[in-house]
Structure formats: C-alpha cells, structure tokens
Design a binder for this molecule. Structure first.
Ligand code: MTE
Length: 388
C-alpha cells in the first residue's frame, strides 16, 4: 500500500501552513542507522520502512526490539527529545504543553503489550489483496514503560460532553493512490474516551527497558493494549479531545470495515484485536522426521479478553486436540503454547492448523469475512509441512 504514498518530503508539502510545525518537531538529520533493512526482519517495503518479524523464529514471551515489526506510512521522523513537545487541546479545561522532562517526572508503569497490525496475514487472502502483503510476522509483544493517558487527560481536565481523543503524529504526506487523501495528511487516529481512560492505554517512552528506537516512535508513542496496532500512534505530538466522533482518513477510508447494524453495512473504524493462534514451528514446508515426536509451538492472543484455549489439528481440520498453554496469562500480551505431535510414520504432506478461543467464547472463523476488507484477518490458516 505504501509505494503509493507520495511523502511529504518528496512532494515538498512541509512548507504548507497546516503542516508547518512538522519541520521543527521532526528535523531530518542524516540517519545513523538506516532502518530500511535489518538482519532478522523481512523487508516488505524500503521507503517508507515496513519490516516483518520472521514468525518461525519466535522463542519467548518478549520480542527483542531489533526483531519487532515496523509499520510506517510516511518517512520515519527524527525527533530531538529536548525539543519534543506534546500538546493537549480540544475539549479540555486547561490546554497543556508537556515536554519530555515533564512526562518523565510523572508516575510511570511498565507492562507487556502485544501489537498486531490489522493487515497481518493479508498475504493469505484470496484473491490476492492490495496493500502490503504481510505474512504472519506483523505482530510482536514488547515491554513498554510510560505514563497512563488517563493521567495526562486528568491534568488537562476533560470537559463534559467529550466523546473521543485523537492521537496525532508529526509524520505526514499525501496518499496518491486510491483511496486518495485530501492532499497531505498526518497520521492520526482516535479512541473513545472510555478506552482512552483505561489503564492499558499509555504514552510509552521505553521499549524493552530502553528508550524507544526511532522507528518505534522515539521519543514518545501511544500504546493501546487490546486494539490493533494502528491505534498505537508513534512520535505522538498532539492529543485532541473532541465532542464529536472523528472521521479522519485512517479510520474511515483505511483501517475501517463494514459492520452490519440491523443488516445495514456501516463503515466502522477497526479497533479491538480478534482472537488468533499462529504456528511458529514447524514452519511452512519444513521437513518433519516421520515416526518421531515433534513439538508444535506458537503464540495466541485475544483483544481485550484473554486466550481461553488453543486447539491444534494435524489432519487439515478433521480432528482437533487441545494444545498446552504455557506460563501465565498476561492481559494484552500473547500466550505461548505447545502441542506434542506424534508424527505419523507415513511420509507425505500434512496440514497443521491452530485455532484460538478467547474468554468470551469467540473463536477463529474458517474463512475471512469479506466485510472486514483486508483487515482483522484471523481465519484459521493451515501450515503445510513435509513429513520425511
Ligand atoms: N504512528 C504514526 N505516527 N505513523 C504510522 O504510520 N503506523 C501504525 C502505528 N502507529 C503508524 C503509527 C500502525 S498501522 C501500526 S501496526 C503500528 O504503529 C506499528 O508499530 P511498530 O512500527 O512499532 O511495530
């Protein structure tokens, strides 16, 4: 999808009135560490940088920062933390401007949270979808440190009648392909006020114990636990509280799906993640020794609810058996699981499947629902392996 984004830089939109602030907050210094390609990550697009984690290399509850997928729509801004400012405006009693130092002085919390891009798995859609063809690695769990968004909103004092909170980044450009943007736009997304006040929504400045890296949102990004990754706005510079629902590009034309309300399809912003289990090993087409035990291994996650169970099939979905959930359930993170497969003696191709169910009893569908367009892809995906 991103090859069609004409960037702010290329098109020279930075001189425009509306986007004038970008050039100060995002100075374009030479990048000491190019992020366009990196060992261990699959390059889906060079510019802007879109990199995928190799899911078969999953080996623990926390994804190392240098293996964490990167999803950007515009060039990665370079921001000097000393100059960075966060504006809080709109339906608030007191407009605020917070510096990096101000944020660091506020009480912080550390929690693991999973981010999954709403287009993760898009490569599996038939017919072939437009957009970045993520396989299964646009997902990862990191430990984030930051300040609850509720604390910042309480400082500003949310006015009665407020309904949403828009999170805005400084990155901008024009989307040149369909659906076209109305000229240059920034990356921004809203949350309902109810979600914004939840403890799993916070402004993070550390990832896995270290300052955020540039591509993951340095100096400060939002983390919206339980929602698809598009809500976790990076390089956060402005928070606007609104009295009406926001209808911006990134939640109407993109990252939106058809929700049927009394049979009426209504374009609705993608929000909560859908339950999903993915197999890390064996990998696609991996040769598996016949007649021996094999540990099938993967991860499963829900959105705002926990994973209740994972079932595995080694015969293309005819029969299912429960997998073992490993460790403890951690809200908003994934749960690793394993299944001891007694590999048949007969060589040949076998179809492995994993199916997650969450605590609300929601389970993965067999097919992708077209109303979801190319987002929220959680149908059960088979992994074909070769028993040799
Ligand atoms: N924030 C800004 N400012 N610009 C972006 O392009 N991409 C979003 C979100 N936040 C984006 C953004 C999307 S679609 C995803 S999936 C996550 O960031 C990915 O976060 P990551 O790159 O740290 O993995």
């Amino acid at each position: 999808m991103n090859a069609r984004h004409a960037t702010a830089d290329r098109r020279g939109f930075l001189g425009g009135m509306a986007l004038a602030a970008i050039s100060t907050s995002a100075s374009r210094a030479a990048d000491p560490q190019p992020v366009a390609s990196r060992p261990g990550l699959i390059t889906r697009e060079k510019e802007p940088s879109n990199l995928e984690f190799s899911f078969p290399s999953l080996d623990g509850p926390v994804t190392p920062t240098n293996e964490f997928f990167v999803r950007t729509h515009f060039p990665v801004p370079t921001i000097d933390a000393k100059e960075w400012k966060l504006t809080v405006d709109g339906e608030v009693e007191r407009e605020l401007t917070l510096t990096y130092g101000d944020l660091l002085k506020m009480p912080a919390k550390t929690m693991p949270a999973l981010l999954e891009c709403a287009g993760n798995g898009r490569a599996q859609l038939v017919p072939k979808a437009k957009g970045l063809l993520w396989d299964s690695g646009a997902v990862g769990t990191a430990e984030w440190t930051g300040v609850p968004l509720s604390a910042v909103l309480e400082k500003a004092g949310v006015k009665k009648g407020a309904v949403e909170v828009i999170l805005q980044g400084p990155d901008a450009g024009e989307v040149a392909d369909e659906p076209k943007s109305p000229g240059a736009i920034r990356y921004e997304r809203s949350l309902s006020l109810g979600k914004a006040m939840k403890p799993e929504v916070f402004l993070a400045y550390k990832m896995n114990g270290k300052d955020l890296t540039r591509e993951h949102g340095f100096p400060v990004r939002a983390i919206v636990g339980g929602w698809y990754g598009m809500a976790s706005v990076k390089w956060l510079t402005r928070i606007t509280v609104t009295a009406t629902p926001f209808q911006g590009y990134w939640q109407t034309l993109e990252y939106a799906y058809w929700k049927r309300e009394q049979g009426r399809p209504t374009l609705t912003a993608v929000t909560e993640m859908q339950v999903k289990a993915q197999i890390a090993r064996p990998a696609l087409s991996e040769p598996v020794p016949a007649g021996k035990p094999y540990r099938v291994f993967g991860a499963a996650w829900g959105g705002e609810s926990e994973v209740a169970k994972v079932d595995v099939s080694t015969d293309g979905g005819k029969t299912w058996e429960p997998a073992k959930l490993l460790g403890e359930s951690v809200p908003f993170a994934w749960r690793l699981w394993e299944y001891q497969w007694s590999v048949p003696k007969a060589p040949g191709r076998y179809k492995l499947m994993a199916r997650g169910t969450d605590a609300k009893g929601q389970t993965q569908p067999e097919k992708h629902d077209k109303d979801r367009r190319t987002y929220m892809i959680n149908f059960v995906m088979p992994v074909d392996v070769e028993v040799v």
